[in-house]
Each structure stands twice: as structure tokens, then as C-alpha cells.
Design a protein around this ligand. Structure first.
Ligand code: SF4
Length: 321
């Protein structure tokens, strides 16, 4: 057994610190067992431009989540664990295939619960010549020890900062320690990965995402201001406006928001960011389009302009030469 796999024997991979023995079938908060599960790998063109590059980011969507927000757009994965069992060997082959189809990077989405398997797969792919930057795309809810483990394998961190309010963390995310944990984690990420570009593509660095939530504009301003004050322009800020009301069955115990962002709220955030001296940033356009919402049961979970499927848990390798 790989040394990495022993981490599942007393699982402390995320700040939940369940301490369960997943190799013997015990389950913690994430409900993930001893076998890695994933749903889809694709060339994703809907990420921030320096992540998507010209042909798309080589994005792998894993099953499970250590946070499980009530309104998660990927709740099929995060709450329901949709997907299939996947070995480190198969995952390394998926990485190689993404590189062969021109991916700008390998983009690991919500993968904390599977870190031991993923490190084995990355090691194997690198040994076989895979040479793409690796993106860690997460909720920001990460333990310091886990980031230490990851750091040699990751080139770009893409964390969310959902809020800096412990009260809001508790009511909306169901865990009061999200805010301080994510703030601390982002500090570690920013320190270890200064921004580095190759032409228009980011090859190293940190992009902090913040989803502006309807009815919570003051809270968003505080979060944006914190990122800018804490890191100046050493990280990229990415503001998202795409919140769509949605409540998963398993998220009902948490507070939820039942409308999208209004034009007035969007304008308030726009005016606010103009008062800050932000050099590196993105602000997603306000749109009522919700066709991007993925259905991971489909070979291509996204509209074709957003993604080219490469592997699917039901259909295997699907990319056409
Ligand atoms: S990865 Fe899952 S089992 Fe491990 S500490 Fe986090 S929630 Fe608990």
C-alpha cells in the first residue's frame, strides 16, 4: 500500500477532522469511502481566461465534498456522490489524455477527500511525461497540513472565499469555522505561489473566487476588501455573479437564498471595486442564462460552447481525435 493511502486510516484530510478509518469502511462527513470516485473530465472553456487558455482547462470533476453548501450547482457530485470508481492508474491516463487534447492545465475540482489517490495519479502521470500545470480548484476549506502535503504537486490554487463572516458561515454553509479556515488557507496559498505567467496563461499563482450573493452585498464588499487588503495585487480576484436559487434535498437544514442577483446589486459591487486599486481581476457579466448548470449524467454535462468531454464515468474515454 502506498504511504499516501495510510492517510485514510485516520482521515484528517480536511478541517472536519473526522478521524475515521475509511479503508475499513467507516464514513466521515463527506461520506467518501476507500475507493476514489469521479464523474467527468473535459476541456472546460468557462473558467477564467488565464485558466481556460485557448483549448480549455483539463478539468476533472470528483464525487463528494467536504463542505456541501445547500445551493451547490454541482450537488449531483457534492451531495449525491454521482460518479464511478476510478483507480489512480485510470486517473493518470485521463490526465495524459487531457494533455494530448491540448488542455492548458489539469484542473482538480473539489478533490480534497481523495488526495491520497490523486497524489499517486499525479506522480504516475508526471513519471510518464505529463508536463501541465496543476490547478487546485476548491471551496477554500482546507487544513494547513493538507496544503503542506499538496504544495509540491500544485502550481495554481483556485480557492473560493465564500464569506469572512463566522455567522454567515454557520447559517449558510453549516460550519462556523469556514471563514477563518479559508482565510488562513488562502494566506498559505498566496505565500507559496507568487503569480507567474507564460504569455496570456497563468502557470503559477492564486486566483481567489468570490460569489456575490443576492441580498448580501455588504458581506461581499467585506470579503473583497479583505482579499485586496491582505494580498494587494499578489493574487487575482475573480468575482462571480451566477448565483441561481437551488436547494438540494440534503442541504435543507441550511439557510438558502431564493433569488438571483439584481442589476442594482451588481452595479453596487461594480462601483465598489472601482474604488479599489485592483490590477488583476475578473468580474463575471450579469446574466439570466442558466443553461450552464451542469447535468453530470450526460456525456457532456455542459453546453458544447463551454466544454469538450474527454472521459465520463458511464461512457469511458469519449474524446474524438
Ligand atoms: S475528507 Fe471526509 S472523512 Fe476525511 S476529514 Fe474530511 S470530511 Fe472527514
Amino acid at each position: 500500500m502506498s504511504d499516501y493511502m495510510t492517510l485514510y486510516e485516520n482521515c484528517m484530510l480536511c478541517p472536519r477532522q473526522c478521524g475515521v478509518n475509511r479503508l475499513q469502511g467507516e464514513l466521515g462527513f463527506c461520506n467518501c469511502g476507500p475507493e476514489m470516485r469521479a464523474a467527468v473530465a473535459c476541456l472546460h472553456k468557462g473558467e477564467e481566461p488565464p485558466i481556460s487558455g485557448t483549448k480549455g482547462s483539463g478539468t476533472v470533476f470528483f464525487s463528494g465534498c467536504t463542505l456541501q453548501c445547500a445551493s451547490c450547482q454541482n450537488c449531483q457530485l457534492s451531495h449525491e456522490l454521482l460518479g464511478g470508481t476510478i483507480t489512480p492508474r485510470l486517473l493518470s491516463e485521463i490526465f495524459m489524455e487531457l494533455e494530448r487534447f491540448g488542455a492548458a492545465n489539469i484542473n482538480l475540482v473539489t478533490a480534497t477527500q481523495w488526495i491520497p489517490h490523486i497524489l499517486m495519479a499525479l506522480q504516475s502521470a508526471k513519471n510518464r511525461g505529463m508536463n501541465l500545470p496543476v490547478v487546485w480548484n476548491s471551496s477554500g476549506y482546507e487544513a494547513e497540513e493538507t496544503l503542506e502535503l499538496l504544495n509540491n504537486f500544485i502550481d495554481i490554487y483556485l480557492p473560493d472565499l465564500k464569506t469572512i463572516s463566522p455567522t454567515f458561515s454557520k447559517s449558510f454553509l453549516g460550519t462556523g469555522d469556514y471563514a477563518k479556515t479559508a482565510q488562513h488557507a488562502i494566506g498559505i496559498m498566496a505565500k507559496s505561489k507568487p503569480l507567474q505567467w507564460e504569455e496570456e496563461t497563468l502557470v503559477r499563482g492564486v486566483i481567489v473566487r468570490h460569489l456575490v450573493l443576492p441580498g448580501h452585498i455588504a458581506a461581499s464588499k467585506k470579503a473583497i476588501e479583505w482579499i485586496h487588503t491582505a494580498f494587494s495585487n499578489s493574487v487575482i480576484i475573480s468575482l462571480m455573479s451566477q448565483y441561481i436559487p437551488f436547494l438540494s434535498e440534503t442541504g435543507k437544514q441550511k439557510e438558502n437564498i431564493n433569488r438571483s442577483l439584481t442589476k442594482k446589486e451588481y452595479a453596487q459591487i461594480e462601483a465598489f471595486i472601482e474604488t479599489l486599486d485592483i490590477e488583476n481581476g475578473f468580474f463575471q457579466a450579469l446574466s439570466t442564462d442558466d443553461t450552464w448548470r451542469p447535468d453530470f449524467k450526460k456525456e457532456n454535462p455542459f453546453p458544447s460552447e463551454y466544454a469538450v468531454p474527454v472521459w465520463h464515468y458511464r461512457f469511458g474515454f469519449v474524446a474524438k481525435n
